[in-house]
Design a protein around this ligand. Structure first.
Ligand code: NI
Length: 147
């Protein structure tokens, strides 16, 4: 495994592009996912999306302290409730803003083997899921921050 450079908001236009679906589930994908986890842990983050290491593909990793979750081609299937709280991003170091997100979400995705999975999240996990999936559509938390 290896850490990768994290793309920076304002310097790397890749963060504002829409990512394409991941259609192959091979060793290359597994290596990138391993590297993303290592990069996220090294930077003390709770989530990292592929465009944050310069890859315009729809996948991300999340660990809010409950173990690694890998999501390939994630789609939010259900949103419930609302929460407002501080949010940051490894691509926007040192900046924290209030962002309103759903309190609970259900996400349909695939795992690294291409199998369908469902991940449900509440509170911080719901926030992390929404934040990372936003990255796949070129949206950073600043775009959703309270003005
Ligand atoms: Ni982020």
């Amino acid at each position: 495994m290896a850490t990768r450079n994290i793309t920076q908001y304002g310097k790397d236009p890749v963060l504002q592009k829409i990512c394409r679906s991941q259609l192959t589930f091979d060793d290359r994908l597994a290596t990138i996912l391993d590297d993303m986890a290592e990069t996220m842990y090294a930077a003390d983050g709770v989530g990292l999306a592929a465009p944050q290491i310069g890859i315009l593909r729809r996948y991300c990793v999340i660990d809010i302290g409950e173990g690694i979750v890998e999501l390939i081609n994630p789609v939010i299937a259900l949103k419930e409730g609302e929460q407002t709280g501080q949010e940051g991003c490894l691509s926007v170091p040192g900046v924290y803003k209030e962002v309103t997100r759903p309190m609970r979400v259900k996400v349909r995705a695939q795992n690294r083997n291409g199998e369908n999975i469902v991940v449900e999240g509440e509170g911080l996990m719901a926030r992390a899921l929404c934040h990372e999936i936003d990255h796949l559509d070129g949206v950073v938390f600043l775009d959703r921050a309270e003005k």
